[in-house]
Design a protein around this ligand. Structure first.
Ligand code: FMN
Ligand code: COI
Length: 352
């Protein structure tokens, strides 16, 4: 375990250091899962069931982790930072700092609808450093005009895809938020959804979310509508089953993110690494499959790729990085481990 002043060598070290910097209620908002915390714990634990079956005497002197995502855009390795809201509670620069860090390391970033900075601010913070892929996370919203304004802003700013979050008809039951009567600190803005904290100060997150989000969302109404209003790629975030993967194929989506929202939505659903194989099999190469949830090491990334994911995403590690003002520690750490273990993916396999 890293002590004060010691080098941070792993994401676990970063979690401890970042968590220590945060006030209790903010730390619990970021770090917790819903109700019994089954799924959040399972997400990480499930990776340890699987062992890497290595091949030796393979030339890894020129290992290259770069790859193409979203139909031809180059990234330095198959990792992105998942959309996560309210990052300015961890560091005043919030999502703009995450964007700079992602651009510096050549990885993609998801912009949450609950970002504390506008789409243009987040995107230009990154593109001022280096070319970067941004995807725009969207909810199905009661206010369709606002949803359309977000889509147009994302297009204008140059986002590549919409990640439609499908696992949140209502906000997950997070006891920590209720116990702590958690509210976003005053002074932070939510420019993408056109709200200031002053306007929502009397609302808890779950009541605010209920007012904003359309729990009547469904495949037949929402996906054709999205398709009719934008040429951006449409990805469904929050898929955990073969059945929903097949629906994503049927509705002409470009990809899915196998995700349980980092264990923050319905508790008791499977770990994403366990759900991944059935989704990959159902996709059968017709749409792309990415995954997030509990990914904390390069070997986790390797295992997800070996199970057929094209790319992995991480949520909380970037927030812990912000909290210690070291966003890039995440990507550096994961990048080096990833480089070490990736070798030649086609020549490596592993068994449960
Ligand atoms: C503090 C926090 C806020 C989040 N906000 C959003 C959000 O606004 N929209 C969304 O689709 N997912 C959101 N997520 C879920 C992430 O996109 C991602 O699925 C999850 O964090 C991945 O798990 P990990 O944190 O274990 O890496 C949030 C996650 C956290 C931790
Ligand atoms: C700001 C919240 C509504 C976002 C969040 O906590 C989540 O999606 O998990």
């Amino acid at each position: 375990m890293a002590k004060e002043g010691e080098k941070m060598l792993s994401v676990a070290d970063l979690e401890r250091a970042g968590s220590k910097k945060l006030p209790d209620s903010i730390r619990e908002f970021y770090n917790s899962g819903s109700t019994e915390q089954l799924t959040i714990h399972e997400n990480s634990r499930a990776f340890s069931k699987y062992r890497v079956r290595p091949r030796v005497l393979v030339d890894v002197s020129k290992a290259d982790t770069s790859t193409n995502l979203f139909g031809g855009q180059r990234v330095s390795f198959p990792l992105g930072v998942s959309p996560a809201g309210v990052q300015a509670m961890a560091h005043p620069d919030g999502e703009t700092a995450t964007s700079r860090a992602c651009a510096k390391r050549g990885v993609s970033m998801g912009i949450s609808s609950f970002s504390n900075y506008s789409i243009t601010e987040v995107r230009s913070a990154g593109t001022n450093v280096a070319p970067i892929i941004h995807v725009m996370q969207l909810y199905t919203m009661k206010d369709r005009d606002l949803q359309l304004r977000i889509i147009r802003d994302a297009e204008l700013a140059g986002c590549t895809a919409i990640f439609l979050t499908a696992d949140s008809p209502v906000l997950g039951v997070r006891y920590n938020e209720w116990r702590n009567d958690f509210r976003t600190p005053a002074g932070l803005a939510f420019p993408i959804i056109e709200l200031t904290t002053e306007r929502i100060q009397n609302q808890t997150h779950d009541s605010g979310f209920t007012a904003f989000n359309d729990d009547a969302h469904n495949w037949t109404r929402d996906i054709p509508w999205l398709r009719s209003v934008t040429k951006m790629q449409i990805w469904i975030k929050g898929v955990l089953t073969a059945e929903d993967t097949l629906l994503a194929v049927q509705y002409g989506c470009d990809g899915i993110i196998v995700s349980n929202h980092g264990g923050r939505q319905l508790d008791g659903v499977p770990a994403t690494i366990d759900a991944l194989p059935e989704c990959v099999a159902a996709a059968n190469g017709r749409i792309r499959v990415h995954v997030d949830g509990g990914i904390r090491t390069g070997t986790d990334i390797f295992k997800a790729l070996a199970f057929g994911a094209e790319c992995c995403w991480v949520g909380r590690p970037a927030i812990w990085g912000l909290a210690v003002s070291l966003s890039m520690a995440v990507a550096c750490q994961m990048g080096s481990v990833h480089t070490e273990c990736l070798g030649r993916p086609a020549e490596n396999s592993f068994a449960a």
